[in-house]
Design a protein around this ligand. Structure first.
Ligand SMILES: *Cc1c(COP(=O)(O)O)cnc(C)c1O
Length: 420
């Protein structure tokens, strides 16, 4: 998202972040709606360019909200869900059930029934036993892909072949489980086999792992005479968290991927399947930021300089969970970043840190407004009520308006389930 200093204050589409914070309070998630839409359109344009038949579904776990889902409908995106709750939320929006895909390595009977009743487009079957459950619970024919484990693990800049045999997800090609799964689905009365799915990792910046996997999977399909109408290559397209990162090059990457699919199919005379993508982080990640108000500032001589903000691991877990790194900016003044400090949350854990060793203006004091960049994915959706913290509000910003999309929780929410 493009935040710019105008007269010394950070603005988004002309709206001052200080005004937004004043109106909606902090901590606050602020999304650039224009950027969310644009990310969807970039994927669409790149896939259209390939001439292949395709679908894109937004991986809703990255950030689930009714208004976001409505926006996904407008941008012709389907939805991936992995739980009763995600499906329920999706069904409250304008998303059409027949564009929803139901994922998960342990779908409960209740979830399977709910998804069938709701008329989801297809299930992504994740185990041999799920085939039996689905076949038994289905009252009419349901469509399914099989999630296979190609034994490729892709993280950040590298991929490892046979790096991920030991996974709770999918059925291993190498160990013969994937083939057993396909044959089992073909024999099932109530399941229509549509194709295969893989997802080799997240925060991927290069296409080499995906390219190798597509080639391997097409060869495997062809060798075993398996007709896949759909090849779903998952999500995982990387985003820029820090100044050192460069986000996944969607246009070039999709071209490489779709060219690979075509050439791999032609090489073995295999009919080119439709391609499906499931981006999550790359749709919303860089389009969101978190606004926090600065509270306590503490200097430990010759040791560290702590600036604490009014949220923390309850709305920002990725630093504690993965050691993720973020860029921060002071929203209400434009000043030189001249002092090394640690920005910490207010929760009762030493690990409740937003960012260690970051240079920010030495003048930072109580009442200042800090922005944490690239928090649009896996922040709100991973937020918790730890320390009985309230989940923040969420707003969407366009040049025309700032719009409340999710209300801040209230104290009543915290005890709503308590039996007195
Ligand atoms: C998490 C996940 C995605 C989305 O991953 P991103 O890194 O957010 O793009 C897509 N498909 C599956 C199966 C996933 O588990």
């Amino acid at each position: 998202m493009t935040l710019t200093y105008t007269n010394g204050e950070l603005t988004l589409h002309g709206h001052k972040l200080t005004d937004i914070a004043k109106k909606y309070g902090t901590p606050l998630f602020v999304y650039d709606e224009v950027m969310i839409r644009n990310q969807c359109r970039r994927f669409h344009t790149a896939l259209k360019e390939s001439g292949l038949s395709y679908t894109i579904s937004y991986a809703s776990k990255a950030f689930s909200a009714i208004q976001l889902f409505n926006l996904m409908t407008e941008e012709k995106m389907g939805l991936d869900v992995v739980s009763e709750g995600e499906l329920y939320t999706a069904l409250q929006s304008s998303v059409s059930p027949d564009t929803i895909h139901f994922h998960g390595n342990n779908k409960t009977d209740r979830e399977i029934r709910y998804a069938i009743e709701s008329g989801v487009e297809y299930f992504v079957i994740d185990s041999l036993s799920e085939i039996e459950r689905l076949d038994e619970l289905a009252t009419k024919k349901v469509k399914a892909l099989l999630r296979i484990n190609p034994g490729v693990e892709a993280h950040t800049h590298e991929f490892i072949q046979t790096g991920q045999e030991d996974s709770k997800f999918g059925l291993s090609i190498q160990k013969g489980l994937a083939l057993e799964g396909v044959r089992k689905i073909e024999k099932a009365k109530n399941i229509e086999f549509m194709g295969v799915h893989f997802h080799i990792g997240s925060q991927i910046f290069e296409s080499t792992g995906t390219v190798a996997t597509i080639e391997q999977v097409i060869t495997w399909l062809s060798d075993n005479h398996i007709q896949a109408q759909v090849l779903n290559i998952g999500g995982g397209f990387g985003i820029k968290y820090t100044d050192e990162d460069v986000s996944y090059p969607i246009e070039e990457g999709i071209k490489i991927i779709t060219d690979t699919l075509k050439s791999a199919c032609h090489a073995v005379g295999y009919p080119v399947p439709a391609i499906s993508l499931e981006p999550g982080r790359s749709i919303v990640g860089e389009a969101g930021v978190t606004l926090y108000e600065v509270g306590t500032v503490k200097e430990i001589p010759d040791t560290n300089y702590y600036v604490s903000i009014d949220g923390g691991m309850s709305d920002h877990i990725r630093t504690a969970l993965y050691g993720a790194t973020y860029e921060l900016l002071l929203a209400n003044r434009e000043e030189e970043h001249d002092k090394l400090m640690t920005v910490a949350g207010k929760l009762c854990e030493s690990g409740d840190i937003i960012r260690r060793d970051i240079k920010l203006p030495s003048s930072i004091h109580r009442g200042d407004l800090l922005v944490v960049l690239s928090t649009g994915a896996y922040h709100y959706s991973m937020s918790s009520n730890y320390n009985q913290m309230l989940k923040p509000a969420v707003v969407f910003v366009t040049p025309e308006e700032v719009r409340l999309v999710v209300k801040r929780q209230t104290l009543e929410h915290l005890i709503a389930q308590d039996i007195r």
